[in-house]
Design a protein around this ligand. Structure first.
Ligand SMILES: [Zn+2]
Length: 150
């Protein structure tokens, strides 16, 4: 089921959210000691040159889909982040549909900087780590115990 806005660029409001599927293994998850929960590892958030997500509100409101529809066999966990929180890091979020069918019609891209500039390697690591902390698990279960001493 398509909608006339599918495949057409739309502005993603600050109040909306992105979903992102993540691999379930020790190299893609990191323990957040303050919040006592697993988050995606900053090093696992690949920017190439953008970081891909799916626009939650487009999928729910237009297609009646949920986070499980974004999960993949090799990426069974789905995390959510609010668009405004990403933008407050100075990053850019845009709707970048890659097809007219869900979920590609809800593809969204995050860039390190609004002006397209490429930050230095340490800056990129800081931004990825800041983004990782903003992500909350909304689908799938993490079957790893907290690290010893956590
Ligand atoms: Zn759509």
């Amino acid at each position: 089921m398509n909608h006339e806005s599918c495949g057409t660029l739309a502005c993603v409001p600050d109040a909306d959210h992105l979903w992102r599927s993540v691999r379930h293994d020790a190299s893609n998850l990191a323990w957040h000691d303050d919040e006592k929960r697993w988050i995606p590892a900053g090093t696992a958030l690949q920017f190439d040159p953008d970081w891909s997500g799916r626009w939650r509100e487009h999928l729910i409101d237009i297609h009646g889909l949920g986070p499980s529809d974004v999960a993949e066999a090799h990426r069974p966990l789905v995390f959510e982040v609010q668009v405004e929180a990403i933008r407050m890091l100075g990053m850019k979020v845009e709707h970048t549909p890659q097809a007219t069918d869900p979920t590609d019609c809800a593809h969204a891209s995050t860039w390190y900087r609004t002006d397209g500039a490429q930050p230095t390697r340490p800056e990129r690591a800081l931004l990825r780590n800041a983004l990782a902390v903003l992500l909350t698990l909304v689908h799938g279960a993490i079957a790893m115990p907290p690290p010893p001493g956590a």
